[in-house]
Design a protein around this ligand. Structure first.
Ligand code: SF4
Length: 444
């Protein structure tokens, strides 16, 4: 997984982790859910996998986190859900402060208790009512009855040599998704978290492991946000999550209502309080939903678009969504996406040797993106054992980048992160049954 918030402008693309010794992944069986940090300390020398053998709540918050409820609430900072946003009354983790206020007042409690519940869950990551120490016992018991508990459980974590940490999390119905914690290279205390929005994916991109089984089910807003609550438990004491990117399993815009609510929750000032500019929604190109996102959030949420090919014929072969919304339609949509002056849409472009890496491709990209405020992230393809498709060599990547730059585009080359624990960009895990189709793109 490349950290989309890190840019390596003008740098020579490196082979994955070529500045690290090539440690084989170690596997540790760990039964003790109560102390994952102990295992990290004992095994800091290389990538390793920690299996947690039962579902349950994550370990307690680090003592360095302030778990007291703040006395100063922020009732005046109203965060609105988009119009017509749906409410899932069963999804208790996804309730907003005013919804908790309504709920607790219906139980005969004062309204401010509702905000306290929201703060416990979203600011402090405490989902066990028994630990909500400033609430009356009767209310805590009511919250248990209401279903306030962790909607996710950590099953295993896979820590890379470069400290990228891939978490496998389970849901009560047995489904599993992955989320990845990616410390910045320059400052590892600053972490970007990549989160999932669906179990599986209906988009069927041929180069993506998430599309293998198709869409199994949508994730609820509570499940989406709980990935971040759970991710915070896995940080080292000096780390904090500063960016969240929807680039894990699923097409987030295909689960729009849950996405919209999750965006409001993630950025709520009484909760996790991320800046909207630090939340990125990545899409394969669902045009109507991009328009809706722009309308609902006024362009404040960062948008990333997986392009990967610059001609309809090529893109349709690897991304079926392109057959419904071709490149002209997609570019017109991006041109009208509301952006502030300095904001740009991120274009993700995976460079595959002999497929989409020619200078003619670079020129076509410049023509295609004309008039769209973008920055381009070039991602040299991760090596996949089941495929003979490869990244171009670094000098070729540089030539491609230079051509784009010379013709006026802002271009960055991503350093791949976490590939030794298979946390590298999921878009590149080739679908074994569809390799032939992907290979057919290779030019003579
Ligand atoms: S690349 Fe994204 S949109 Fe395409 S199948 Fe994978 S998860 Fe879905």
């Amino acid at each position: 997984m490349a950290d989309p918030t890190e840019e390596t402008s003008g740098a020579q693309p490196k082979a994955p982790c070529d500045d690290q010794p090539n440690h084989p992944a170690q596997e540790l069986a760990v039964v003790d859910l109560a102390c994952p940090r102990k295992d990290k300390r004992q095994n800091s020398g290389g990538s390793r996998t920690i299996h947690k053998t039962k579902l349950g709540r994550p370990a307690k918050l680090s003592t360095s986190l302030d778990c007291t409820v703040s006395k100063t609430l922020t009732p005046n900072r109203v965060v609105e859900l988009p119009p017509n946003a749906s409410t899932d009354s069963q999804d208790v983790i996804a309730r907003l402060p005013h919804e908790w206020e309504q709920k607790v007042t219906s139980w005969g409690e004062p309204a401010y208790r509702g905000r306290q519940v929201f703060e416990w869950i979203h600011r402090h990551g405490v989902l066990d009512p028994a630990e909500m120490s400033n609430l009356p016992k009767a209310l805590r018991a009511r919250l248990v009855e209401e279903g306030v508990r962790w909607p996710l459980a950590m099953i295993s974590s896979h820590l890379s040599d470069d400290r990228t940490n891939k978490l496998l999390v389970g849901m009560p119905d047995g489904e599993r998704v992955e989320t990845v914690l990616i410390p910045q290279l320059q400052d590892p205390t600053v972490v970007t978290q990549c989160i999932s929005s669906q179990v599986g994916c209906a988009m069927g991109c041929v180069f993506c492991a998430s599309g293998v089984a198709g869409l199994k089910r949508q994730m609820s807003a509570g499940e989406i946000v709980a990935q971040v609550l759970l991710g915070r438990h896995e940080l080292e004491p000096d780390q904090r999550i500063r960016n969240v990117v929807f680039m894990g399993m699923g097409e987030p815009l295909h689960n729009y209502d849950a996405l919209a609510r999750a965006l409001v929750l993630l950025t709520h000032p009484d909760g996790i309080d991320l800046s909207k500019r630090r939340v990125t929604v990545s899409t394969s190109g669902l045009v109507r939903q991009i328009d809706r996102l722009g309308r609902d959030f006024g362009g404040q949420v960062q948008l990333a678009v997986s392009l990967h090919a610059v001609r309809d014929e090529d893109r349709s072969a690897i991304m079926p969504i392109n057959r419904r919304h071709g490149l002209d339609e997609l570019m017109a949509c991006l041109r009208r996406y509301p952006l502030s002056k300095r904001q740009r849409i991120t274009i993700e472009y995976t460079l595959i040797k002999g497929v989409n890496d020619s200078i003619a491709d670079a020129n076509a990209m410049v023509d295609l993106l004309r008039g769209v405020p973008v920055k381009v992230n070039l991602i040299p393809m991760n090596p996949i054992s089941a495929s003979d498709l490869q990244a171009p060599d670094s000098s070729h990547v540089m030539r491609f980048q230079q051509r784009l730059t010379a013709r006026g585009l802002s271009v960055f080359v991503r350093k791949t992160r976490g590939d030794d624990v298979a946390a590298a960009c999921g878009q590149l895990a080739f679908h074994p049954g569809k390799q032939t189709e992907a290979r057919s793109l290779r030019r003579a």
